[in-house]
Design a protein around this ligand. Structure first.
Ligand code: PMP
Length: 349
């Protein structure tokens, strides 16, 4: 027997929320958007013959559309297979100093997985007792990079653009990534800052606000310099990350601003209504600007409630981790779904 197994890249993979095949369940565990993509995608007919050709490696149609939508140059936009792909690529490209990358102790749990996988050192900075990011922890300009979501996940708590600008301005020697996966649900984007600071990268996704998680589209926006470095790494890894249907369907929905805004308004409205109901039921609910709420029940453990809901065909997300094991993360579904959830909670509590 050889010793080949000593040379394996050993990793502890990220565990995504369950994707059960049963369509009858109320699925509130992975922050999908219940309304579905713009009806424009259903109206598109594709001549599948195009599949014989490789996709455009630049994904130009989509990049150009996104640039115009956000008032940017195409050289400031990078697209990838979900923001997971975009962020993983960014870790590889920007976090190479050997110094620790900084992110919160309670945040998107993929960050430490990518860092471990890529052998990037990191330091987790604890949120304060109110589950807020402590700005002073990110002001030393002596780190390998900074990343956090805004609003943060799974707390849903938003910070202001000034907060982000202070951090970016203070860290001229590293790249700061703001993961805006949930920014469309009521937050103010830090996007205008990319024209002022070369070291700021903003990432976005079509999986949440645009209800297209199944297509896998994410993108990043930043200075042309940052985007060039990101593309150099991408083209050294896989020229054709984005498939042609994603490029076509993704660029189609950008034109349907009205549908987009309508869905967002419904989700925001339902979130605020549901937060009130949870509070009435004795939950401690963090103030969310996202399409989910992070809530701690009072008279029952979060884990027990998670199991009971699951037995009743309602899927929440539960993290058995320090500091947050008394919370449930509940995605905002349709108003009808959330009414059913409230009825269930009333019957259990
Ligand atoms: N960032 C955050 C904070 C998320 O919660 C998610 C969703 N799991 C992602 C990025 C990645 O989303 P996607 O790859 O679907 O774009």
């Amino acid at each position: 027997m050889g010793s080949w197994e000593e040379n394996i890249r050993r990793v502890v993979p990220y565990v995504p929320g369950e994707q059960p095949s049963d369509t009858n369940i109320i699925k509130l565990n992975t922050n999908e958007n219940p309304y579905g993509p713009s009806p424009r995608v259903k109206a598109i007919s594709m001549d599948m013959d195009f599949l014989k050709k490789y996709p455009d490696p630049r994904a130009g149609l989509l990049v150009d559309k996104l640039a115009a939508y956000h008032g940017l140059e195409p050289s400031q936009v990078f697209v990838g297979v979900g923001s997971d792909d975009v962020i993983a690529m960014s870790f590889m490209t920007f976090f190479n100093s050997g110094k620790p990358v900084l992110f919160p102790d309670i945040t998107y749990s993929f960050y430490d997985v990518w860092a471990d996988m890529l052998r990037i050192p990191y330091e987790k900075k604890p949120l304060n007792d109110d589950f807020r990011i402590v700005k002073e922890d990110y002001m030393n300009n002596d780190n390998g990079g900074i990343i956090f979501p805004n609003p943060n996940a799974p707390t849903g708590i938003l910070v202001g653009v000034d907060f982000i600008e202070d951090i970016v301005r203070a860290n001229t020697d590293s790249v700061v990534i703001i993961d805006e996966a949930y920014i469309d649900f009521g937050g103010e984007s830090a996007l205008p800052l990319i024209n002022k600071y070369e070291n700021l990268l903003i990432t976005r996704t079509f999986s949440k606000s645009r209800s297209m998680a199944g297509l896998r589209i994410g993108y990043a926006m930043g200075s042309a310099k940052l985007i060039k470095y990101l593309n150099d790494v991408k083209y050294s890894f896989n020229s054709y990350t984005m498939n042609t249907p994603s490029i076509i369907l993704g660029s189609e929905v950008i034109d349907d601003e009205e549908y987009f805004r309508n869905c967002l308004a419904k989700i925001i409205d339902t979130r605020d209504w549901f937060t009130e109901k949870l509070t009435e039921l004795g939950f401690m609910v963090l103030p969310s600007k996202s399409n989910f709420v992070f809530a701690a029940p009072k008279s029952i453990s979060a884990e027990e409630l998670f199991m009971k809901a699951r037995d009743n065909g309602i899927f929440f997300r539960y993290f058995k981790s320090p500091r947050i094991d008394r919370f449930l993360r509940i995605t905002i579904g349709t108003r009808e779904e959330m009414e059913k959830v409230v009825n269930f909670l009333v019957s259990v509590l």
